[in-house]
Design a protein around this ligand. Structure first.
Ligand code: ZN
Length: 379
């Protein structure tokens, strides 16, 4: 009796130990996206979401398949799950990358410049498609800040349809996970504070040369709706209908792009400003109201003279705003100025504040020391 009791007690202990180990293994398991564990015939699905690692990278059409193979191998061996590749909205180049990404087990996303369309030979044939500032300058020949700021008018049918045709081109590429919209906004009415000295600028209020779009079509459509013309405003910054009109113009492009992507069995993702109120204030982008599968807010603390914990603050803000929505949030971080320790802290901030992944900008700029942090990070 005594012996039997001892044995039973012992086996109970062993069983408990086994369960504890199992829980530990499940908590810290990082490979599959979903773990379904069946215990003694009872179906007990335990779902653990992987914390996803992404990089943004630009593909040079002149590069060989071997060059891409080397680059993608480097991502894969360092723990990257997904790559967002800028092909200048070229579906053929994106198609070339599909088998190479697949070989290295990388999820491939087609990253495109959306409303800002530099070097767009089709758009260049239509000067009227370009956004016009409050002081009457067109992005066609007098772009704000930098010469690659070639913003389209988001209201005109022809410029919108052109943008959406590019979305469709990428969405039709077999083997691509999502179409990834970048520059899906207006030109910056306020630049990030850390960039102002670089352009020798002071921006204490909305300035006419950075305020868009005051073209004939936008002004007329707005006036029809609201019986006032934005060209006549003394202080357009305080007219909420005018602000909202523009937020909705960006949203309308995103929502149409979502329909196109989903018609082609693809997701829609976007690179956005740090959190919705900030995006609204700086670039007229209110991404918490969009129809979209995932957003990757570019929480580049160094651009805003902020510290690493601000990455956590902004991440938490966006995650909270998306609570009721079916939109994932993966935080984008700007890696070049970060020491390996700061990079580790940045990823911790992203993870503990509720994002489901982190994207590094950009793939080619990551140093060996930084790769070690990424590769060895416990997810
Ligand atoms: Zn316009």
């Amino acid at each position: 009796m005594e012996n039997l009791k001892a044995l039973s007690k012992n086996s109970n202990k062993l069983y408990k130990k086994f369960l504890r180990c199992l829980c530990f293994a499940l908590l810290f398991s990082c490979s599959p996206k979903t773990n379904e564990v069946s215990l003694k015939g009872n179906s007990l699905p335990i779902v653990t979401n992987e914390f996803k690692f992404w990089v943004w990278t630009t593909a040079n059409a002149e590069a060989s398949d071997n060059d891409f193979d080397d680059e993608f191998l480097n991502y894969s061996k360092n723990g990257i799950d997904a790559i967002l590749v800028n092909t200048n909205a070229d579906p053929e180049l994106l198609t070339r990358l599909v088998p190479i990404a697949k070989k290295h087990n990388l999820e491939l996303h087609g990253w495109m410049f959306t409303v800002n369309r530099p070097n767009d030979s089709i758009a260049e044939k239509h000067p009227e498609w370009y956004a016009v500032s409050r002081d009457g300058k067109s992005c066609f020949d007098q772009p704000p800040y930098v010469d690659y700021y070639k913003w389209m008018c988001p209201t005109r049918d022809a410029s919108r349809n052109h943008i959406l045709s590019l979305v469709e081109g990428l969405a039709k590429v077999e083997g691509v996970a999502s179409v990834h919209l970048d520059y899906i906004r207006y030109s910056d009415i306020f630049l990030p504070i850390g960039l102002l000295p670089k352009y020798d600028l002071v921006q204490n209020e909305e300035q006419p040369e950075f305020d868009f779009c005051y073209c004939e079509v936008c002004s007329t459509e707005f006036e029809k709706l609201h019986h006032k013309n934005p060209r006549d405003f003394d202080n357009p910054a305080i007219d909420m209908e005018w602000k909202n009109f523009r937020l909705n113009k960006v949203k309308a492009i995103v929502d149409d792009a979502y329909t196109i992507a989903h018609k082609n069995n693809k997701k829609l993702t976007a690179a956005v400003f740090p959190y919705p109120e900030m995006a609204d204030h700086m670039v007229r982008q209110r991404w918490d109201k969009w129809q979209i599968d995932a957003v990757l807010p570019m929480i580049y603390n160094n651009f805003y003279n902020e510290e690493i914990d601000w990455i956590g603050y902004a991440t938490r803000q966006g995650v909270t705003d998306l609570k009721e929505k079916n939109t994932e949030l993966h935080t984008g971080i700007y890696v070049p100025p970060m020491s390996p320790i700061e990079l580790k802290e940045a990823i911790d901030q992203v993870k503990t504040n509720g994002a489901v992944g982190v994207s590094f900008f950009d793939g080619n700029a990551i140093t060996q020391e930084q790769w070690l942090i990424i590769k060895n990070y416990t997810r």
